[in-house]
Design a protein around this ligand. Structure first.
Ligand SMILES: NC(=O)c1ccc[n+]([C@@H]2O[C@H](COP(=O)([O-])OP(=O)(O)OC[C@H]3O[C@@H](n4cnc5c(N)ncnc54)[C@H](OP(=O)(O)O)[C@@H]3O)[C@@H](O)[C@H]2O)c1
Length: 366
């Protein structure tokens, strides 16, 4: 079999993660001349750059040339046709959070186009989409990797696959899966017990420091954590139907769900500080702290997301800053879980997970 001389790369999304990925890809392409990594398509929601004959684009200047492009993104079915028409192995890098693109993964994979992505949507929506993706990949032999869809660049998904594939019995997965929630609770309920700030003041501070979404309700509703749990539960063998098919505790008071903006929500949040204060005080009376965690009890087939109390010495209580921590309890590891901990958000570390996924694909196809 002739060695693959070139692999084409198509990138969709050039925001926080996409920009870092492009920088990492530029460096990788210069360090790793064989196979040649050729960027042949790039798009954001409104702009695109590509040529009908798949001429490689200049990676080093792409972020300067893309904004002034007059080309529009190809509709997804047309894009799949276009990429396949090159006759060259192609990796699609989805750096968006687009549900439409996620829904189209089976289409790309069926045509033999490999996919790497930090986008959670494809793997945490309906269980049907999940099975369609992996059966399309199995049918065509196309590869699909999504390490950064949980815990950014932390080796969470690859670790879980290794545990499962080598025949260990995963009994429970537990952890702090959101950098925002980690930051909020580490400050609000510190192990030192020294916090004097109210819950609403902590939320406001987290927003000002850029740790929350523009509307903090998008973090506080717990859905982001539920999506990550859905992905891990499915890899562990539980056919979880969707991120809303198990209990997820929202930290948005019912009365504030209908606020018309994030700012209005923040203005009214102090009215509910007493509730969170009581949750913290109850934990303190037991010598504990509160943390927002997700857990998967594989044996009981139970998945849940919400606030829980932890002894001050527990690794989850000891977390710092906005770090994530994920503990894998397995038969082999016994009572001391395998723990992965570190930054679970940020452009560079998330892009690192995407770039390492791309390297995995290259190892398998080139
Ligand atoms: N940032 C993190 O720390 C982090 C951590 C883990 C996972 N992730 C995941 O990584 C992905 C990217 O995150 P990000 O922070 O880079 O987001 P971002 O800064 O909002 O960038 C998103 C990019 O995708 C483009 N885009 C959105 N919808 C599109 C569509 N339908 N078609 C084409 N392009 C589209 C946007 O283009 P326009 O600007 O034209 O809209 C933008 O370039 C998300 O799935 C996120 O959940 C991020």
């Amino acid at each position: 079999m002739a060695a693959t001389k070139q692999v084409n790369i198509a990138i969709i999304g050039a925001g926080g993660v996409g920009k870092c990925f492009i920088s990492q890809l530029t460096s990788l392409a210069s360090r790793r001349p064989n196979p040649k990594l050729a960027l042949t398509y790039i798009a954001t929601s409104k702009k695109a750059l590509y040529s009908l004959d798949h001429t490689p684009l200049d990676l080093s200047s792409i972020l300067l040339t893309l904004p002034s492009s007059t080309q529009s993104p190809l509709p997804l079915p047309q894009l799949a046709e276009h990429l396949v028409s090159s006759g060259t192995p192609t990796i699609l890098v989805d750096n968006t959070s687009s549900q439409d693109l996620a829904n189209s993964y089976p289409l790309f994979l069926k045509k033999g186009i490999h996919i790497v992505t930090p986008n959670k949507k494809a793997f945490s929506s309906s269980y049907t989409l999940w099975t369609d993706i992996f059966s399309a990949a199995a049918e065509s032999g196309a590869k699909v990797y999504h390490e950064s869809s949980c815990g950014a660049g932390l080796p969470i998904i690859s670790t879980l696959h290794d545990l499962v594939d080598t025949g260990d019995e995963v009994t429970k997965i537990e952890g702090v899966f959101s950098g925002t929630m980690s930051f909020l609770f580490n400050s609000f309920s510190p192990v030192s017990g020294a916090s004097s700030a109210t819950w609403s003041a902590e939320v406001r501070r987290a927003k000002e420091l850029g740790y929350t979404e523009p509307d903090p309700r998008d973090d506080l509703n717990g859905l982001d954590v539920a999506r990550k749990l859905t992905i891990l539960a499915r890899i562990a063998g539980l056919p979880v139907e969707s991120p809303t098919s198990f209990p997820v505790q929202s930290l948005i008071p019912k009365e504030l769900e209908s606020c018309s903006s994030g700012d209005e929500f923040l203005e009214r949040l102090p009215e509910f500080d007493a509730q969170m204060e009581e949750v913290k005080a109850e934990a303190e009376r037991e010598g504990k702290v509160v943390r927002f965690v997700g857990s998967i009890d594989v044996v009981k087939k139970e998945v849940k997301v919400g606030v829980e109390k932890f002894d001050r010495a527990h690794p989850i209580a000891q977390l710092k800053g906005s770090d994530n921590i994920i503990s894998f309890y397995t038969k082999r590891y016994g009572t001391n879980p395998l723990i992965v901990q570190g930054a679970g958000a940020g452009g560079e570390v998330t892009a690192m997970g995407v770039t390492s996924d791309l390297l995995k694909v290259l190892r398998e196809i080139a």
